[in-house]
Write a protein that binds this ligand. Structure first.
Ligand code: GLY
Ligand code: MN
Length: 470
């Protein structure tokens, strides 16, 4: 059987207790300023997973009661062909995805609306694009804004059984997906290597970004998210690349490649701009490196990724304690979330067709097992993957230590640390910036391995040696 038919048949069996229809809505082209000048085309990931047709304006209905499946899209007419060339017929593209029935795109809305009018249950996923929200809102009669995932809590109107079934399937990557992730990982390795070799005092950050993103476009679809390349690692999503590379700084590069088949990579490395760490930078780097290694070594089937986060946080506090930045009982500091001052993000997230895999479906449903409760603490509360791991899970391992002046000032003013933070010492680090080290990790039957054929230099020695040879 065709891989897409197989996936849909599995989805159908996971939905065995449900009746009604399931809607799948592929993406349409999105205008940037006007219709004929759009954002770069990217298909919806759920659509890609179940149908694989990488063309705009496709949708499908799976009827859970009759067992029928229909793909909806319009064949190209001469006006399309003049501008974009011919496209295989919709019927043949549908057949390639294992679907025998096809109809025009307008019939999708008509058929789905008829099912609603007949009082049938209509299962749909949260949308990720506004165009699809508008279409779906006409079908189900809800406001477009209510059809998106509201971050952690997901979309209350979407079908929970459908979301759970899709998450269950996409969380465990099959052999073909793992091969595609390795391919994206190899491209990510090359993009980061070009970046590292391009670090020179006086160059503008943007020049390095251009060189590294060029690698992803030459070897794949492009970047898997907006590149972070900054000497202000303490600003998490810093997308400004206007600064010249200065001596004595740390350059944090968090960037990923997307393969032509749309699987992601996501790596972070932090480099001393002149090729050698200062003693103070090295001390902090060493702690982050050890946290990354510790989490990787713990990762394996049956281990909750939440526990990898907590172990990493504990090790971080131990290291920061040895530097005189915090003091107190380690377990109590972990329980009170003191690590959140230094790492106000989670240890990692799922990765696959999306860099934050399935985040459009609702973070809690994706990343938390039933019964696992999400923390409200700074840092731990941002953990996107807490689940007990099973073979085939792909997660990022991305601890970091950051010195965020505004956050330090707030904790100090509010006494959040309950006396554990040595502010006198910490204030010497206000100009430090931040360090993060991120690898992509596959859970295997007997442990874990990193995605991709090679690991980027990670230990302080490896980094300095690589930079000396660049
Ligand atoms: N690598 C970017 C992120 O995980 O948010
Ligand atoms: Mn990441």
């Amino acid at each position: 059987m065709n891989k897409f038919s197989e996936r849909r048949s599995r989805l159908r069996s996971l939905l065995a207790g449900e009746s009604g229809i399931v809607l799948f809505i592929g993406n349409v082209e999105s205008a940037a300023q006007y219709r004929d000048n759009g954002y770069k085309w990217r298909q919806d990931s759920n659509w890609l997973y179940y149908f694989g047709i990488d063309e705009p304006r496709f949708a499908a209905i799976m009827d859970l009661d009759s067992g029928s499946e229909t793909v909806y899209a319009d064949d190209y007419d001469i006006d399309d062909i003049i501008w974009t060339g011919p496209m295989p017929s919709v019927a043949s593209l549908a057949a390639g995805a294992g679907v025998q029935q096809s109809a025009g795109y307008a019939a999708f809305e008509a058929d789905a609306s008829a099912a609603v009018a007949a009082g049938r249950k209509v299962h749909f996923l949260p949308v990720s694009r506004y165009y699809n929200a508008v279409l779906l809102s006409r079908i189900v009669g809800a406001a477009p804004d209510a059809l998106f995932s509201a971050g952690k809590k997901g979309c209350p109107l979407a079908s929970v059984p459908l979301v759970r079934a899709v998450v269950q399937m996409r969380l465990v990557k099959d052999a073909e997906e793992i091969a595609l992730l390795d391919k994206a990982g190899e491209l990510g390795y090359r993009m980061h290597t070009v970046a590292r070799k391009g670090i020179r005092i006086g160059r503008i950050e943007q020049e390095i970004v251009g060189d590294m993103e060029g690698v992803t476009l030459a070897g794949g679809w492009g970047t898997s998210f907006a590149t972070i390349l900054t000497q202000h690692g303490e600003i998490f999503h810093c997308h400004s690349h206007a600064n010249p590379i200065e001596p004595g700084r740390l350059l944090l590069i968090d960037a990923g490649a997307e393969s032509n088949e749309h699987y992601a990579s996501d790596h972070t490395r932090t480099y001393p701009t002149g090729g050698r760490f200062t003693p103070r930078q090295r001390d902090i780097y060493q702690i982050v490196y050890e946290c990354n290694e510790l989490a990787f070594n713990m990762t394996g089937p049956g281990v909750a990724y939440l526990d990898c986060h907590l172990a990493s946080a504990r090790h971080m506090l131990e290291g920061l304690g040895q530097l005189g930045l915090v003091h107190g009982d380690l377990d109590e500091m972990v329980a009170d979330g003191i690590a959140g001052l230094f790492m106000p993000h989670g240890l990692g997230h799922n990765m696959g067709l999306d860099v934050h895999d399935m985040e459009d479906l609702g973070e809690d449903l994706v990343g938390y097992d039933p019964g696992q409760k999400r923390s409200s603490q700074l840092g731990l509360g941002s953990l996107r993957m807490a689940r007990r791991l099973v073979p085939g899970n792909v997660v990022t391992d991305e601890p970091g230590i950051y010195f965020i002046p505004a956050l330090i000032a707030k904790w100090k003013a509010e006494g959040t640390d309950k006396g554990r933070v040595c502010y006198g010492k910490l204030e010497e680090y206000l100009d430090f910036g931040g360090i993060r080290l991120e690898d992509d990790v596959l859970v295997t039957p007997d442990g874990a391995r990193r995605i991709g054929p090679s690991r980027l230099p990670a230990s302080p020695e490896e980094v300095e040696e690589a930079m000396a040879n660049d």
